[in-house]
Design a protein around this ligand. Sequence first.
Ligand SMILES: *Cc1c(COP(=O)(O)O)cnc(C)c1O
Length: 216
Amino acid sequence: MAEACRRAGRGVGEVTLIGVTKYVGADVARILVECGCRELAESRPQQLWDRAAALADLAPHWHLVGHLQRNKVHRTVSVVSLMHTLDSLRLLTAIEAEAASAERSCDVLVEVNLTADPERSGCGEADVPALVAAAVAAPHVRLRGLMGMASHPDAAGADARRDFARLREIRDRLAREVPPEMLRELSMGMSGDFEEAILEGSTMVRIGSALFEGLR
Ligand SMILES: *Cc1c(COP(=O)(O)O)cnc(C)c1O
């Protein structure tokens, strides 16, 4: 990450490492926090709740990076620091209602589907402006930016850097109409493509497997 920041002419403090712990046990996740990684992510809500309880004494910040169903909003809003996967107006409505009744606010990123791949989740590009506007207007939701995943590296014509550039361009275009602090974060880059993401302006990389190489 430091090397990619240097190549991009960016400071190392501009990119946050989020450790994705879905492949390892809570014991390894605990070691990661003790090593100084205070931002952790899970992709399944149930696992996130369980992990948050298991590591409560260390109080890391939890990120949800996988799809959230509306029936799991209630338990998730109370434990998550940042939800990376807001992808529909229906989900936004559920999060706003939950946060309002809990008298708290919920930080979110709008997940953009950057690919034609139906296996990938996220809001279609054409629907992003409306979802962003609705999130800005929701009083208990705090929009912080956008999240996206590059095309699968084996897909024909895959080019992670091009996909990340596109997410940044979508953000830059929206930022003319939305207060800039609401679109500051770009959650992009994983183990296989975080360098390209940092070169294109990522502020949060979500790294799983590369952190745990060599562990069984
Ligand atoms: C699993 C996962 C990651 C981490 O992937 P690695 O390639 O293991 O670094 C990042 N983002 C999301 C959304 C994931 O589901």
